[in-house]
Design a protein around this ligand. Structure first.
Ligand code: F0G
Length: 471
């Protein structure tokens, strides 16, 4: 292993280039249910997969968030938890790992990604401000709005087209951003919000050329550029595969270079970083850091734990190091692609190209007879659960919520059902089972009737909303 660069390893073993660079040491039995049991569970859950109990789920593709398997090294790290209230040694290991692999100067730990989003939004945004970003993410946009900002989607148009094969559908449209700056003025833009692999667009990456150009534009206007680094490691793989000049560069080096174009980042460590809970916020600016370090004690905990136990910070520090290994990233994304290729061969409409963390079924084309107000993606998630006990997540009109001004639904162009793959958890045979179940739902698509929402919570409604089938 030591005698060749890690990023060429898998390829030299030939055809099975994405085979997992680990073996299984501990297993967790899965529940198998009958169709009658699943039908009853769906009624109980109001046809919302977030409200199902995990004991009723067979293959859980709700999210890749906090659902990954930790390594033996990470579990060993859990035993080294220094649970001191202040100055835990695990915090310093975490700080060193973020500085080494992401390159930022100052680190604030948080309990998970939205804790970091809350702190950065409260610190930088003033009421009446505007935040441009490459498509919204649910919690990110809500924290920006709660702090008083209006969010503006300035992603390239291709991102909204599930059939476009653009290699970097996560890119910012610099013309749209320029127009927004002209319209509202740079002084009303506290930061530009850039996500590495855009979750809601299908896990689509941002190119290095785009972040470089974005940096130059921000510099011309004196704007801060902040990164949602949640799945930035996966973004680095796409740069390695698709962008000229990066084919021989290790993932870790691509990650560092990308982050060097930004002024800071927030992180849901529950994704890329391979832990079940945790997050962090990192900035280069001393004055911003001072404010964040003060605010974290109000909402999360002291600035050397931020809501995490010492043992969790240790597992996170080790997870960061494991997460940037080329073989790991190639295997992780390779498994997602394997599922995507099966579905594509079988003519199932999915977002193309396949992204980093999930397959997104295109519910508009899956159920062309269902209008968007009948929640086609939510319907598909329910049908898939009923068919096989596979749990997926709606990413369409329910997730998009309502316009705070008009109170009407946001009606996103993308109406998607997400099959999210946890890291290091399921096997290729599980992926086959998933593909077969999706095909069974596709074969039965004409009988789907849609859903109506019968309970709607005020914030992030998709988590707790309840539905009933249209008869
Ligand atoms: N940013 C992105 C891009 C995310 O995908 C998430 C979470 C967050 C921020 C918030 O982080 O959950 O740790 O508070 N996404 C999960 C998902 C929930 O299923 O996609 P968090």
């Amino acid at each position: 292993m030591a005698h060749e660069p890690p990023h060429t390893m898998g390829q030299q073993h030939g055809r099975r280039s994405w085979a997992e660079p680990w073996k299984i040491k501990m297993v967790e039995p899965l529940a198998v249910t009958t169709r009658e049991e699943r039908a009853a569970a769906l009624v109980e859950a109001g046809y919302n997969t977030f409200l199902l109990r995990s004991r009723d789920v067979y293959i859980d593709l709700l999210t890749d968030s906090g659902t990954s398997a930790m390594s033996d090294r990470q579990w060993a790290g859990m035993m080294l938890g220094d649970e001191a209230y202040a100055g835990s040694r695990n915090f310093y290991n975490l700080e060193a790992a973020v500085q080494r692999f992401y390159g930022y100067r100052h680190i604030v730990p948080t309990h998970q990604g939205r804790g970091a989003e809350h702190l950065i939004s409260q610190t930088l945004i003033k009421p009446g401000d505007h935040v441009p970003g490459n498509m919204y993410f649910t919690t990110t946009r809500l924290h920006q709005e709660l702090a008083g900002a209006t969010f503006h989607d300035v992603i390239i148009d291709e991102a909204h087209d599930p059939e476009s094969l653009h290699p970097f559908k996560g890119n910012m449209d610099l013309a749209k951003l320029g127009a927004l700056i002209d319209e509202v003025g740079a002084d009303r833009i506290p930061y530009v919000s850039l996500a590495g692999t855009v979750n809601m667009a299908g896990g689509q990456p941002v190119s290095m050329a785009n972040v470089r150009a974005l940096r130059a534009l921000c510099d011309r206007h004196g704007l801060r550029l902040l990164l949602d680094a949640t799945r930035m490691v996966e973004n680095a793989l796409f740069i390695q595969e698709r962008e000229d000049g990066y084919g021989d560069m290790p993932i870790a080096a691509i990650l560092r270079e990308f982050c060097s174009h930004t002024d800071g980042a927030w992180m849901s460590a529950k994704k890329d970083n391979l832990v079940n809970i945790g997050g962090w916020l990192a900035v280069n600016d001393d004055a911003v850091f001072e404010e964040l370090r003060n605010l974290v004690v109000v909402y999360e905990g002291l600035h050397t734990y931020g809501g995490m136990a010492g043992r969790d910070m240790e597992a996170l520090a080790i997870g960061i190091e494991e997460s940037v290994q080329d073989e790991h990233v190639r295997s992780r994304v390779g498994q997602v692609r394997y599922l995507g290729e099966l579905l594509t061969e079988w003519g199932i409409p999915i977002v193309q190209p396949v992204g980093g963390h999930a397959i997104f079924l295109d519910a508009r084309r899956f159920y062309p007879h269902l209008e968007q107000d009948l929640f086609p993606a939510q319907t598909l998630a329910a049908e898939l659960y009923l068919d096989s006990g596979i749990r997926s997540m709606e990413r369409g009109i329910a997730s998009a919520g309502r316009d705070p001004e008009t109170g009407d639904h946001h009606r996103p162009k993308l109406e998607l059902t997400r099959l999210t793959i946890p890291r290091r958890v399921y096997t290729q045979a599980h992926m086959d089972v998933v593909a077969e179940s999706v095909k069974a739902c596709h074969d039965a698509r004409d009988s789907a009737r849609g859903l109506r929402m019968v309970y709607e919570p005020k914030y992030l409604r998709f988590f707790q909303a309840r539905f009933e089938p249209i008869s």
